[in-house]
Write a protein that binds this ligand. Structure first.
Ligand SMILES: *[C@@H]1O[C@H](CO)[C@@H](O)[C@H](O)[C@H]1NC(C)=O
Ligand SMILES: *[C@@H]1O[C@H](CO)[C@@H](O)[C@H](O)[C@H]1NC(C)=O
Ligand SMILES: *[C@@H]1O[C@H](CO)[C@@H](O)[C@H](O)[C@H]1NC(C)=O
Ligand SMILES: *[C@@H]1O[C@H](CO)[C@@H](O)[C@H](O)[C@H]1NC(C)=O
Ligand SMILES: *[C@@H]1O[C@H](CO)[C@@H](O)[C@H](O)[C@H]1NC(C)=O
Ligand SMILES: *[C@@H]1O[C@H](CO)[C@@H](O)[C@H](O)[C@H]1NC(C)=O
Ligand SMILES: *[C@@H]1O[C@H](CO)[C@@H](O)[C@H](O)[C@H]1NC(C)=O
Ligand SMILES: *[C@@H]1O[C@H](CO)[C@@H](O)[C@H](O)[C@H]1NC(C)=O
Ligand SMILES: *[C@@H]1O[C@H](CO)[C@@H](O)[C@H](O)[C@H]1NC(C)=O
Ligand SMILES: *[C@@H]1O[C@H](CO)[C@@H](O)[C@H](O)[C@H]1NC(C)=O
Ligand SMILES: *[C@@H]1O[C@H](CO)[C@@H](O)[C@H](O)[C@H]1NC(C)=O
Ligand SMILES: *[C@@H]1O[C@H](CO)[C@@H](O)[C@H](O)[C@H]1NC(C)=O
Length: 667
């Protein structure tokens, strides 16, 4: 299939090329016809002989006297052309430097008796130009013949010739001037003058039947094809064509220039020496043709029109003085016949295109499906996030927040992505606390704020209202012992709470650090307890350790061994009554039944009371406004917490955060 396609294309191409060549051939033929290149306004032909410049028939039409041509139309019809004022008949002039003339032949004829009938020994004398040694040869015909040519080379003469004797025509080679019946010799170089003589040895008496005459002539070699018939039939032929070399002047190109003269060579042509420098000619540059002796005589050859002039296998583009080959579309190569030619690339490009197409397709498919899968996963994730958001009361929170005054700081709803980034995907190294309440991570928000992020416990759907309410309220609290709740993220299964991060060590570290503990005065402890009471239910979360601790505390209280379990510093500093009161309050808080435990408000009031009675001037205390602040915090009806000791899971959970995070430290 592919091969067929290629062949078809090639056949089509050949047809087109053939068509173009046919057109070119016509064009060339037309051009040749009009390639008569005389001087403008001069006679361009005489009879059927064209006369190119530098030759001319009238004054001003020829280069100099050497190139004068006489056209005799008065004595001859059709008119004849003669060189200068001589009787040398010219039959063809080429601009390349050849002049074809007709020259008499030498003959020597006898009658049957052996008496001479006619004899002619012609000569040729040229004032200019020379007999072409390359185009001509000296030929003698006869079977009883001796022929000589005497030439003058420069100032030296020379003689040459040949002999032909044969008794029978049977020995004569037809079509070959082999020496029998016909002999030939070459012409010497640079001959301007010669005479020819021919004679018989035995007056042809022995061969008269088939060869009555001897002949000799100088002839253009390619015009001569010997035939045995010539032995008899050449009697009526008087002239043979021969070729002269013509050229300009008698000096070299260089000498002409050295003499300060311009040579006769015009545009796009060049000068060259003839015959070792006695005269010069002009020729068009390669790729040009025409008459180099005429202005604009040399014209660019359109090599593309002639398949013999270009080596293009494919397409051809003509350039000035040359041409370039190229291949048609769908082919590659240099387009040159003896180069790489033109090879169809259609099938190969098809393969490449197919391969590329397939590759692109597959890549696109993979990319597309990968993207689709990724998009689907993302879509699922987003849906899941929405689901969690709804489940965790996100809509409710949004509503709640929009209802509130925008000027006051409220909880921010963080996206899961934001917190992922803030905690470096909840990296282990970011954990700053772990316990029953969950895990706390340290994170950095895009605005540079450092936060503590707590993975809350799963929210019971029934308590979502309380949870959201709490988030809203806590986010508005600005208490020095309470870490500020910045917001939450509800897009995860487990809600995430985002707190302000305070790097002051944990409460645990403060209390249990021996050196610090001693410095932590009872007064301070009581204050901390009082101040956080409203925000904290002192329920101990019922773990084994905690249970034992509770039992230990209760038994110690029963056995009045309180001083044993209280820090030495506290015992020394505080009034034992105060410690006992606090212990009693703690005992009440440890009751299993929620209804029996004091409310947060009651705990706060009692602690504050204890603290104040322990001071000398209770009612002028600076801490008084704090009570009011506490009242406010606890009294807020929407807070819905601390109304009884048993707080909701969610509320408790988030409250516990406060303590952990109040003293919240990374490590
Ligand atoms: C030119 O004319 C002569 C005489 O009419 C004729 O013999 C000869 O063949 C012609 N040459 C060409 C090339 O036509
Ligand atoms: C002259 O000679 C050239 C080259 O041999 C030839 O192409 C041309 O046809 C000749 N012209 C005439 C008129 O004989
Ligand atoms: C040959 O020529 C001579 C002298 O002209 C003459 O006497 C003789 O009769 C001729 N022979 C023939 C056969 O014509
Ligand atoms: C021709 O030549 C032959 C042989 O050389 C001779 O016998 C004869 O007399 C000659 N004829 C004439 C007319 O001279
Ligand atoms: C030579 O060839 C010519 C034709 O070209 C023919 O007429 C002639 O008889 C041939 N001569 C011989 C000896 O065969
Ligand atoms: C001479 O002419 C004969 C017949 O016309 C031909 O067969 C032969 O090839 C020619 N020879 C040359 C050298 O042109
Ligand atoms: C030569 O010319 C003469 C007269 O013009 C004629 O009678 C004779 O047959 C011709 N010979 C040949 C071989 O053509
Ligand atoms: C060259 O030609 C000129 C005239 O055209 C002539 O005077 C001079 O003698 C020639 N020189 C030679 C070496 O033929
Ligand atoms: C060419 O000319 C030079 C000097 O002009 C001369 O020595 C040499 O022999 C010449 N050659 C020929 C082949 O005429
Ligand atoms: C003409 O072009 C052909 C092919 O492009 C190149 O081989 C050749 O050398 C060129 N000839 C000249 C004279 O630039
Ligand atoms: C944390 O500690 C610093 C210095 O110890 C103290 O200035 C600051 O008030 C403390 N912050 C809190 C919230 O206790
Ligand atoms: C106890 O506190 C001191 C002083 O702040 C501190 O250098 C030390 O590391 C703390 N020890 C513990 C176990 O936290």
């Amino acid at each position: 299939m592919k091969a067929a396609m290629g062949d078809e294309a090639r056949a089509w191409l050949l047809a087109v090329v053939a068509l173009i060549l046919a057109a070119a051939a016509v064009a060339v033929a037309v051009a040749e016809e009009s390639t008569s290149t005389p001087m403008p306004g001069c006679q361009d032909r005489c009879g059927n002989v064209s006369i190119p410049y530098p030759f001319g028939t009238t004054l001003g039409c020829y280069f100099n006297d050497d190139f004068y041509i006489s056209c005799d139309s008065t004595h001859y019809d059709p008119p004849r052309v003669f060189l200068r004022r001589s009787n040398i008949q010219v039959i063809n002039i080429t601009v390349q430097g050849k002049l074809r003339i007709m020259q008499f032949i030498a003959r020597d004829c006898y009658n049957r008796s052996g008496a001479p009938v006619s004899r002619n020994n012609p000569f040729l004398r040229l004032s200019e130009f020379r007999i072409s040694d390359t185009d001509n040869m000296f030929v003698a015909i006869g079977c009883d013949t001796e022929a000589t040519i005497q030439g003058i080379q420069g100032s030296n003469g020379y003689t040459s010739g040949c002999i032909s004797k044969c008794d029978s025509i049977d020995y004569v080679d037809n079509h070959t001037c082999s020496g029998i019946g016909c002999c030939q010799t070459s012409i010497a170089k640079g001959v301007r003058y010669f005479n020819i003589a021919v004679r018989s040895y035995n007056n042809h008496s022995a061969v008269w039947d088939f060869n009555p005459c001897s002949y000799a002539f100088v002839i253009e070699e390619k015009m001569f094809n010997f035939s045995s018939n010539y032995l008899r039939d050449l009697q009526n032929v008087t002239m043979m064509p021969m070729v002269l070399d013509w050229f300009i002047g008698n000096e070299t190109c260089e000498k002409v220039k050295a003499n300060g003269m311009h040579d006769a060579c015009q545009g796009d042509s060049t000068c060259y020496d003839v015959d070792n420098g006695s005269g010069y000619r002009c020729k068009c540059l390669d790729g040009y043709e025409g008459n180099p002796y005429l202005p604009n005589g040399c014209q660019d050859i359109d090599e593309c029109k002639d398949p013999n002039l270009n080596k293009c296998e494919g397409m051809c583009r003509n350039t000035k003085g040359n041409y370039t080959c190229f291949c048609p579309k769908g082919y590659h190569g240099d387009g040159i016949t003896d180069g790489t030619g033109c090879v169809a690339i259609q099938s190969r490009s098809l393969v490449i295109e197919l391969t590329v197409g397939l590759g692109v397709g597959i890549t696109a498919l993979i990319a597309g499906s990968t993207w689709s899968y990724w998009a689907f996963k993302r879509w699922k994730l987003i849906k899941l996030k929405h689901k969690f958001f709804r489940q965790n009361g996100g809509l409710m929170l949004q509503q709640e927040l929009s209802r509130r005054d925008t000027s006051t700081e409220t909880a921010k709803i963080f996206s899961a992505d934001e917190l992922d980034k803030a905690t470096n995907n909840y990296d282990e190294s970011r954990i700053i606390g772990r316990g029953g309440y969950g895990t706390v991570y340290k994170g950095t928000l895009p605005d540079g704020r450092i936060v503590a992020i707590k993975k809350s416990q799963i929210v019971d759907e029934s308590q979502i209202d309380q949870f959201i309410n709490e988030v809203v309220v806590l986010s508005q609290i600005n208490h020095r012992n309470v870490v500020k709740l910045l917001g939450c993220c509800l897009e995860t299964e487990v809600p995430l709470l985002v707190y302000e991060f305070i790097n002051n060590g944990t409460l645990f570290q403060h209390i249990h650090n021996k050196s610090k503990a001693s410095s932590l005065r009872f007064e301070t402890r009581l204050r901390i307890a009082a101040e956080t009471a409203g925000e904290k239910a002192l329920s101990f979360q019922r773990s084994e350790e905690e249970r034992n601790l509770v039992m230990y505390f209760l038994s110690a209280l029963k056995q009045d061994r309180l001083s044993k379990i209280v820090d030495d510093g506290v015992v020394k500093e505080a009034k034992i009554e105060q410690v006992k009161e606090v212990a009693k309050l703690a005992k009440r808080c440890l009751r299993v039944k929620g209804e029996e435990r004091p409310t947060m408000k009651e705990v706060a009031m009692e602690l504050e009371g204890l603290r104040i009675t322990g001071k000398h001037h209770p009612w002028v205390n600076n801490d008084e406004p704090k009570l009011e602040e506490m009242e406010y915090l606890l009294g807020e009806p929407s807070l819905k917490l601390g109304s009884d000791g048993a707080m909701s899971n969610a509320a408790y959970d988030s409250m516990k955060d406060l303590v952990v995070l109040q003293a919240g430290n990374g490590r």
